[in-house]
Each structure stands twice: as structure tokens, then as C-alpha cells.
Design a protein around this ligand. Structure first.
Ligand code: ZN
Length: 301
């Protein structure tokens, strides 16, 4: 029997069993074995009831259920560490495209180590381009790191197929033509693919991941379209269909800037949720992060 699988009584200063117990339970501990909780109670009584257990005193610690990070991008190297100053979202993203080039395996290990250090044991990860041009390697590195770290993760396969230069592809040519020539040459589409590609490639990647992780006890596979201004109706409809067939979650971005509000008001004249309903994405398997500007743009229908 390994050390990890021996019954162990953990004796912190207090335990915080749930949010309904403000202040927690001082002087309590928990007996565990492997991934199971065996017992919980006052420290002395716990030790008495579990004489076979190793005792670990966690001085100065509070023991609580792991935290859940409900929206993150699998990247914990900060913008500042990448040399990016704060800016409007659109300017920031264009600049970050050239600087985001992180080693997928090292990045994945850093993310998991940081989560565990901060008490996060469950995470939802949505679209995570690292700029390598090999999105499958990037997402598989993260899944493998979550698995290795014992972190429960809902991993969304990212995708986008429009809005690379301006949010409305129909305006791209006019927009670029109107720029001073020295600026116009910089307004180009990304040199390397950001995600898996078109809807067929995106769905093929999700299916390959489901093949490998569909029955995994900790990993759930779903879809994370970048946001409505970056994903065409055809792409969203295709992933909605597959998500419905296989019961997958869809987690994507709402509107994060005024420019996105202006664009989406034109792209979705009937309203944001009305379009999602048409596309088969307004259901209990869909969740949206960063819906910062919906109310101010009158789009919180
Ligand atoms: Zn986000």
C-alpha cells in the first residue's frame, strides 16, 4: 500500500465544509484515504475513531473543498510578462497575436501548478490559442496536464472563422483600403492558424478528443467558440449540432467591448439570444462568459 493510499487524518486549524458554515469548524479534521473522505469531526474524536490512520497536523491551515475557476484560458503568464501594455481589447489582441508564443507543455504545467497552489481543483477552460500554429498539441498538452495534476476540467475546443482584421468580414477590404498604406500592410490575417481551422476540422478535433477522453473521470470535452463576431452562423450551427448529438457543453464569450456591441447589433439584428436560439445554442448546455457589455448595449434580451 502506498503512502498516498493509507488512511490519513488531516488536522488543520479549522475545516470549511461548505458555504453554509461561516467561519468554518475550528478544531475539526478530516480522515481521508485515496480520493475518499472517510470521516469528519472534532480532532481528538477523529483521531480516536481512526486509530489506523496516519496523523498530519496542518498548522495554520484551513481545509476546504477545492475552488472552481469557471472561466479561464489555460494561460497564466500575464499580459505584462509578455510585454503587453493595457489597451482597448481590439488593439491589445492584435498586438498579443505576435507575442503569444508559449511552449504548450511548460505552459500547461505552470497553469496546473498555479491552480493547485491557489486551491483550484476544478476549471472550465475555453479557447486557448498559444500561437504555435498547432492547436491540437496546445489543447492536448492542457488536457494531459489537468489529468496529471488531478484537476477536474471542462475543456472547450476553441474555434473562429471570421473577424480576423475587423469584426465584419464584409467591411475588411474597405477598411484596409482606407488605412494609410504603412498601416494597411500591418492589417493582415494571422500568419499561423489560431485554432483547428474550419468547422469540419474543429469537429474532427473534438471527436478525436472525445475518443481519448470521452469516458475520463475528470475531463469533459466541449466547444468554446471565440465569440459571435468571430464565429460564423455556419460554424456555430455545426458545433451546436455535434454538441447536441453527443451532449457536449458549449462555453463562449459574450460581448466584451463597445466595438463588439456595435458589430453584433448589425450581425444579429434580431438580438443576441434570439440568434442563439435559431442556431441551436440557447439551451442548458450553453454558458457564456464575459458578457460585460450586453446591458449597456441593450443586448441582454
Ligand atoms: Zn475569457
Amino acid at each position: 500500500m502506498t503512502q498516498a493510499s493509507l488512511p490519513t487524518s488531516l488536522l488543520p486549524d479549522a475545516i470549511l465544509p461548505d458555504s453554509r458554515t461561516p467561519g468554518g469548524l475550528p478544531g475539526h479534521g478530516v480522515a481521508v484515504q485515496g480520493n475518499r473522505i472517510l470521516d469528519l469531526g472534532r480532532r481528538e474524536e477523529l483521531v480516536e475513531r481512526n486509530p489506523q490512520a496516519i496523523t498530519k497536523v496542518l498548522r495554520g491551515a484551513v481545509l476546504m473543498p477545492g475552488l472552481v475557476n469557471a472561466h479561464q484560458h489555460g494561460r497564466l503568464v500575464s499580459s505584462l510578462q509578455l510585454g503587453l501594455e493595457d489597451d482597448y481589447l481590439e488593439s491589445f489582441m492584435v498586438k498579443s497575436r505576435d507575442r503569444l508564443f508559449l511552449d504548450p507543455e511548460l505552459n500547461a504545467r505552470l497553469v496546473c501548478a498555479s491552480f493547485l497552489a491557489g486551491g483550484v481543483t476544478t476549471a472550465v477552460q475555453t479557447n486557448t490559442p498559444l500561437g504555435t500554429g498547432d492547436y491540437e498539441r496546445e489543447i492536448r498538452s492542457m488536457i494531459s496536464a489537468y489529468d496529471g495534476a488531478g484537476i477536474r476540467a471542462a475543456v472547450a475546443v476553441g474555434c473562429m472563422d471570421r473577424g480576423h482584421v475587423v469584426y465584419r468580414d464584409d467591411l475588411e477590404e474597405t477598411f484596409v483600403a482606407g488605412l494609410p498604406s504603412e498601416v494597411g500592410v500591418l492589417a493582415t490575417r494571422p500568419a499561423r492558424p489560431i485554432y483547428a481551422g474550419n468547422s469540419a476540422n474543429t469537429i474532427a478535433l473534438a471527436k478525436a478528443l472525445l475518443q481519448d477522453y470521452g469516458r475520463h473521470p475528470l475531463i469533459s470535452i466541449g466547444y468554446g467558440p471565440a465569440g459571435p463576431q468571430w464565429a460564423s452562423d455556419d460554424l456555430l450551427r455545426a458545433i451546436a449540432t455535434h454538441a447536441s448529438e453527443d451532449g457536449l457543453f458549449v462555453h463562449f464569450h459574450g460581448l466584451e467591448s463597445i466595438a463588439q456591441c456595435v458589430a453584433v447589433a448589425k450581425i444579429y439584428p434580431e438580438g443576441f439570444l434570439a440568434r442563439l436560439k435559431k442556431l441551436g445554442l440557447a439551451n442548458s448546455r450553453t454558458s457564456i462568459g464575459h458578457a460585460d457589455f450586453h446591458r449597456s448595449c441593450g443586448l441582454d434580451d
